[in-house]
Design a protein around this ligand. Sequence first.
Ligand code: PGA
Length: 246
Amino acid sequence: MRKLAAGNWKMNGTAGSVVELQALIAAHPMPGCEMLICPPATLVQQMASVARGSALRIGGQDCHPKPSGAHTGDVSAPMLRDAGASHVIVGHSERRADHGETDALVRAKAEAALAAGLVAVVCIGETEGERDAGRTLAVVGSQLDGSLPAGATAANLVVAYEPVWAIGTGRTPTLAEIAEVHEFLRNRLQALIGAEARGVRLLYGGSVKPSNAAEIFAVPQVDGALVGGASLKAADFGAIVAALSA
Ligand code: PGA
């Protein structure tokens, strides 16, 4: 399986940020892993045109479950595809928290992504309170069950395990804790979609940076990372790409 280094720019970036993309492409013309950046929707088209012909893929950060219609402010999966995206993140914890997104909605969004020919990057993860209460596996298991799109395969689904308390905080679970969750998710996926589960990339996300990337990538069943803050600078994200390619 080809590993995946994915960057989530969140609500950051303007036209000038294209220089970071150009630097990333120049530094990693033939990376040993897949490389994806998900800029804000305003930049998808421009960045997809800059990345065309390179090893860098461009994705959205969210999509509406419907392909079109009266949904002011929303962006659909076919629109992202039309703009040059190949992937879309769905169910990020910031959207689950800020916009009250449920597993059922995340699943509908993921199904819209698949219908549009996009790869769905489905995010799940426990809060700190849930971890402290010993509920991590129960929480991520039910999120996976509820958010998984019908028709998921190794080619169209990526799952990102992102503990909410590790996002943007500089804190990460121990390597043993990451291993426990990833092994659990691999088995759960196997029960849900059978043999395809072996090829689904399971990403870890939450405070991944150049200094901890290599040790996290050495954890069994970790097939890459979803990176927020450290994806904004080509040098930092490039170092993570290099760690995953090693
Ligand atoms: P972070 O964000 O790398 O800044 O912790 C990860 C994410 O939210 O995808």
